[in-house]
Design a protein around this ligand. Structure first.
Ligand code: UGA
Length: 440
């Protein structure tokens, strides 16, 4: 059993801390945010993440997981310290490392015995060297340490499952001792034959960006193919399915939609382009994927305008505000673009999301929030699906039609039943499935 301190109780820190405690280690999740730590100590979870509350409760009761603001003290007693603080996008597109550097300084001053210092946050390639330098400069106790880069690949909304059943564990380090410590932490995964990639710090850092940017690229690619499908009368789902059967392509991340959002893909894709430029390398594919994504978000509003005409004075119901289902996160959500376009063009926006409503209201106070899709579509001139929540997949379209002023729908996630929409006489559009609208 290792003593582990995790600094930063955001998505990555909290899920990783709770997950590692479930592997049998003693974990203290630390944060400078007193309110957050107080809430966690009282058993309140600050984020919506399926299964996280149960995972935390189970390990707190078992005495393996606790919370603290006393970072220096906890770090001094830890065998391994995880850095899991935020790295928001800075002004020039590169990640802002302020929090990481502050933590590195604190670590330097606080560690006493040999400690493994492991970064889990997504940090620009080369950060490992910077962190080690800061620790060394502040290392007044003369404690020895090893640095590890252990990027996290969990998805919001599936974070607990992804942490417990990862496709792979990537560990970048400079020596065998650190690899041994990290393998010990993840022993339950090792036993389950999860592939471990042991590599250099720079390779580990690069793997994270290269993976995220590739997935972003894949989504932009299928979104452009969906636009082609719209134009030539093909069905993008059949195209994606047939493409995905080819093992070299794989069917995952080939779902067309309103563009990718979230705290990772937009930020990491931009950061990769910027980092590469800094060392004289052009990553044109990823630059294009970012442009395509911006275009795709705008295209959704154009599609709506084609259906509704001038939106000024119209009431539009926006169903789904989160950047994807099973999360309350609205960062970079395509719904932001849709709502802002509607408001800027004089529409009234009624909005609903099972869990992300309040977060969107903070960002765009002009929206009128409702507590169910039924209330939201009532008296609306059109409704738009922006997030593929399950409750929208099964919505009663007849009920919706009867409650609306006009029967118009834009389904940016392709979740509604096309033949049902046609049967009910809806005027509708989706992403890359026009052919079906004509055939069914
Ligand atoms: C992403 C990666 O999938 C994780 O592996 C990674 O750990 C994480 O970023 C991170 O760097 O922390 P996440 O941002 O939580 O995870 O969400 P995804 O499920 O990857 O979805 C991102 C966006 O792509 C969403 O807006 C989603 O709607 C969109 N998407 C995804 C599509 O439009 N089509 C798809 O086929 C898949």
């Amino acid at each position: 059993m290792k003593r582990i301190a995790v600094i930063g109780t955001g998505y990555v820190g909290l899920v990783s801390g709770a997950g590692i405690s479930d592997f049998g280690h003693r974990v203290i999740c630390c944060d400078i945010d007193k309110t957050k730590i107080e809430k966690l100590t009282r058993g309140q979870i600050p984020i919506y993440e399926p299964g996280l509350d149960a995972l935390i409760a189970r390990n707190v009761i078992a005495g393996r997981l606790s919370f603290s603001t006393a970072i220096e003290k906890e770090v001094a007693q830890a065998d391994v310290v995880y850095i899991a603080v935020g790295t928001p996008q800075g002004e020039n597109g590169a990640a802002d490392l302020t929090a990481v550097k502050t933590v590195a300084g604190t670590l330097g001053k606080s560690i006493k015995d040999y400690t493994v210092i492991c970064t889990k946050s997504t940090v620009p390639i080369g950060t490992g060297k910077i962190v080690q330098k800061i620790i060394k400069e502040n290392n007044t106790n003369g404690a020895t340490f090893d640095y590890v880069s252990n990027p996290e690949f969990l998805r919001e909304g599936a974070a607990v499952k992804d942490f417990m059943h990862p496709d792979r564990i990537v560990i970048g380090a400079t020596g065998q001792k650190a690899f041994d410590v990290m393998e010990d932490i993840y022993r339950p995964l090792y036993i389950r034959e999860t592939p471990f990639i042991l590599t250099s710090v720079e390779s580990a850092e690069t793997i994270k960006y290269a993976s995220n940017a590739f997935l972003a690229l894949k989504i932009s690619y299928i979104n452009e193919i969906s636009n082609l499908c719209d134009a030539v009368g093909a069905d993008v789902h059949t195209v994606a399915k047939a493409m995905g059967i080819d093992g070299r392509i794989s069917p995952k991340f080939l779902h067309p939609g309103p563009g990718f959002g979230g705290s990772c893909f937009p930020k990491d894709a931009s950061a990769l382009v910027t980092m590469a430029e800094d060392v004289g390398v052009s990553i044109n594919t990823v630059r294009a994927a970012i442009q395509t994504n911006e275009f795709q978000k705008e295209l959704m509003f154009s599609k709506l305008k084609k259906l509704v005409g001038n939106v000024a004075g119209k009431t539009v119901a926006v169903l789904g505000l989160a950047f994807k289902p099973e999360t309350d996160d609205v960062r970079e959500s395509p719904a932001i673009n849709m709502v802002n376009n509607l408001l800027a063009n004089g529409a009234r926006v009624k909005a609903y999301d099972p869990v992300a409503g309040e977060n969107m209201k903070v960002l765009i106070p002009e929206i009128d929030l409702y507590v169910s899709w039924e209330d939201t579509v009532t008296d609306a001139d059109a409704f738009v699906i922006m997030t593929e929540w399950n409750e929208f997949r099964s919505m009663d379209l007849e009920l919706a039609k009867n409650a609306m002023t006009e029967a118009i729908v834009l389904d940016t996630r392709n979740i509604l039943n096309i033949s049902e929409l046609k049967r009910l006489g809806f005027k509708f559009d989706n992403v890359g499935r026009k052919v079906l609208s004509d055939q069914l």
